[in-house]
Design a protein around this ligand. Structure first.
Ligand code: NAI
Length: 318
């Protein structure tokens, strides 16, 4: 029996991310109850979870010690929020990315929560203070942001609001570790958290390079997929720098710091990616030439299959 056995997790929202969390929690033996405002969504979730867990099992990619049927037996569904919170040690919120919707849900939850339940939002963009301010249970609320697809990408960003207790943060961190995820904990909330701040820095420069006609979409993506990304799949940017100079990272920045500052000074302003219609149309045209819209689903499935292999390799590396 795992230490998770018997503990209940509530999931609010049974869409793409809610289902992914359900799969992660049951893989570690937690009991999961899913709540959605739409009955049809819960029915779809049930079918998709059956299909997905059995398919993972057939491909030898199912996580955890339990069989697919055993994992499925741990998942229940409800349309009553009051029922979801009862005895839940953790609630993972996965409703659509609309601030007003999240605020209204959190104020409903506020009136239902006991002392022992932590509520984590999967939000990619909203700092936890934006939806928890003014609530009486705000100290039990934070962000636990996964990356898509969470089943194959272990990073979870834990982001506290100024009033979140250290205990809620630590409990969430340990919970994520118990799923085999790899959490990072931000000391305080910041726009974009860490992942999107870094991702947007890359997207901005990629945009400038294609927009100014220096590289095609295929070539700019190759810089990551055939170059930097291969190292970054194993090591972060600072350890990469540490390994790239005889005297380690201090030596690296002594040697290359001047060059880094000089190049950085040429980046120009942050692109306005919604207003620059010409660049956007060109990027979309080239991307759709590489992967037509009707082939996106197949391409995602292929990526996920190879991410499974990569995860195995990374385990060996670590
Ligand atoms: P989705 O649209 O696939 O699913 C949302 C679900 O919430 C639907 O089943 C909907 O019926 C349900 N819902 C709507 N209002 C509700 C309410 N008041 N109470 C209960 N359920 C309600 O959305 P998705 O993609 O799963 O995103 C959920 C959250 O995860 C968002 O905050 C999003 O930013 C975040 N996220 C999404 C990622 C992605 O790649 N899709 C990656 C990381 C985070």
């Amino acid at each position: 029996m795992s230490s998770s056995s018997g503990q209940k997790i509530g999931i609010v929202g049974s869409g793409l991310i809610g289902r992914a969390w359900a799969m992660l929690f049951v893989s570690a033996g937690y009991r999961v109850q899913m709540y959605d405002i739409l009955e049809s969504q819960l029915a779809t979730a049930q079918q998709e979870l059956q299909k997905e867990l059995h398919s993972l099992e057939e491909r030898g990619a199912l996580r955890g010690q339990l069989r697919a049927a055993e994992q499925l037996a741990l998942i229940g569904f409800t349309q009553r929020l009051e029922e979801l919170v009862v005895n839940a040690v953790h609630i993972q919120e996965c409703v659509p990315e609309q601030l007003e919707l999240k605020k209204s849900l959190y104020s409903q939850l506020d009136g239902l929560l006991g002392d022992d339940t932590v509520v984590a939002s999967s939000t990619s963009t909203f700092m936890p203070s934006l939806y928890s301010e003014g609530l009486s249970r705000r100290q039990q609320m934070l962000v636990a942001h996964p990356l898509n697809p969470p089943y194959f990408i272990p990073l979870v960003e834990i982001v506290p609001a100024p009033w979140t207790t250290a205990e809620a943060v630590e409990r969430t961190r340990l919970l994520m570790l118990s799923l085999g995820q790899r959490p990072v904990t931000l000391k305080r909330e910041i726009e974009g958290f860490a992942t999107n701040r870094i991702q947007y820095a890359i997207l901005n420069e990629v945009w400038r390079l294609v927009g100014s006609g220096i590289l095609s979409v295929a070539d700019v993506d190759r810089v990551l997929s055939q170059g930097l990304g291969l190292r970054y799949a194993l090591l972060g940017s600072l350890e990469t720098a540490h390994l790239n100079a005889p005297g380690g990272v201090a030596d690296y920045f002594q040697r290359f710091g001047g060059e880094i500052s000089a190049v950085s000074a040429t980046y120009g302003p942050t692109p306005n990616t919604r207003a620059e219609a010409g660049t956007l149309a060109e990027i979309a045209r080239q991307c759709e030439e590489l992967v037509p819209l009707e082939a996106l689903g197949q391409r995602r499935a292929t990526r996920d299959a190879f991410l499974t292999q990569l995860a195995k390799l990374k385990k060996q590396f670590e």
